[in-house]
Design a protein around this ligand. Structure first.
Ligand code: SF4
Length: 352
């Protein structure tokens, strides 16, 4: 018998098609989605508005779970970090950051990452595999269950472990599930996908789903970016910026978020700040500056406060909104750069 398919690997429209091929009435997909995502029922045998034969068929031929929660840590500032285990034993992490009335879930898209950004703890692990759609969706479901009574995840950022644009089909299907008005109903402006600059996939993502795009910029010259984000050698800065300028999906209503990790003596000079202003000038841009949180073994350090202040002063000449991030969850290793499984929490607070 073949390996059971996972019901959470399919957005409702795809599940209807799958069901039709399997001789199941397509509208049953809508009922199943309600059980899974609204009522929180995972066992098909308990989906009582399906007939008995279908319940048994689904129970036999399909599965629903993808991850189990192994560990949960709460920071004094309310940040919540979950360690989740996949069926093959792979470990990933998801983080929820409370900020005002927002509860932002930082979600992983891969186990490890192949892109080896030199300031990133995940990059040091290397790449193991892509996450399935069900594994992406399960991060939301597990973390939502751990939230205090009456609180709900309001925003999602694909900024955890991995490069989302290198797992695009599964990321797009998961976004479709989160956008489904009849289940999760997360507004599209509250979902952000972050990329290190996989140029060829940016239009594919933006044409498929109406999400916000964030670019991990971190440098203003190819020389420095080649070291910090080695993908830059394949997709150089000028080419990526040109794509962002020309992409019709990027507008004032849907700007690009830029993340810039500030590293002592590497990218923190007034000249860097001036170049940054020049790079973003003609774009609907929002900039997040994130002073480095060193993780064990990292050679990079956070710049001194006066250096950060000087950098921000130059940036203020730009005509785009800028946010200087504070560190969150540092007592549970959930701050930027401190996790193997999530490295840019600071960048996501206040996104949109
Ligand atoms: S910063 Fe992102 S793309 Fe770069 S190595 Fe880390 S997880 Fe991968």
């Amino acid at each position: 018998m073949s390996e059971p398919l996972n019901l959470k690997d399919y957005a409702t429209a795809s599940l209807r098609e799958r069901f039709a091929k399997a001789g199941i009435k397509p509208f049953r997909a809508d009922q199943v989605a309600q059980w899974l995502y609204v009522r929180g029922v995972e066992d098909p045998l308990e989906m009582t508005d399906l007939d008995k034969a279908l319940r048994e068929k689904l129970s036999l031929e399909w599965k629903t779970s993808a991850l189990s929660l192994s560990d949960l840590q709460r920071s004094v500032d309310g940040t919540l970090k979950g360690a989740l285990m996949a069926e093959d034993g792979a470990m990933i992490e998801a983080v929820i950051i409370p900020e005002g009335d927002r509860r932002t879930l930082c979600i992983s898209s891969q186990v490890g990452c192949a892109l080896a950004c030199s300031f990133c703890a995940t990059g040091e692990m290397g790449f193991t595999r892509n996450l399935s759609t069900a594994e992406i969706v399960d991060q939301f479901l597990h973390m939502q269950r751990e939230m205090p009574e009456g609180e709900e995840i309001s925003n999602i950022v694909f900024m955890g472990m991995g490069e989302p644009l290198l797992n695009l089909p599964n990321v797009i299907e998961a976004v479709r599930i989160f956008l489904d008005q009849k289940t999760f109903a997360i507004a599209s402006k509250r979902i952000t996908v972050s990329t290190s600059g996989v140029l060829s996939k940016i239009p594919v993502l933006l044409e498929a789903v109406p999400v916000n795009l964030a670019l991990s910029l971190h440098a203003t010259t190819d020389k420095v970016r080649d070291v910090l984000v080695p993908l830059n050698k394949k997709f150089p800065l000028a080419a990526v910026m040109l794509e962002l300028k020309n992409n019709p999906m990027i507008t004032k209503r849907r700007p690009v978020f830029f993340e810039y990790t500030l590293l002592e003596g590497v990218n923190d000079s007034p000249e860097d700040a001036r170049r940054l202003v020049g790079l973003l000038r003609k774009l609907p841009a929002k900039l997040n500056v994130i002073p480095m949180n060193p993780h064990p073994g990292s050679t990079y350090r956070k710049p001194a406060e006066d250096v950060i202040g000087r950098f921000m002063k130059v940036l203020a000449k730009g005509n785009f909104p800028i946010t200087l991030r504070k560190s969150r969850g540092s007592d549970i290793d959930a701050a930027c750069g401190q996790l193997a499984a999530r490295n840019r929490v600071d960048a996501l607070i206040n996104l949109q």
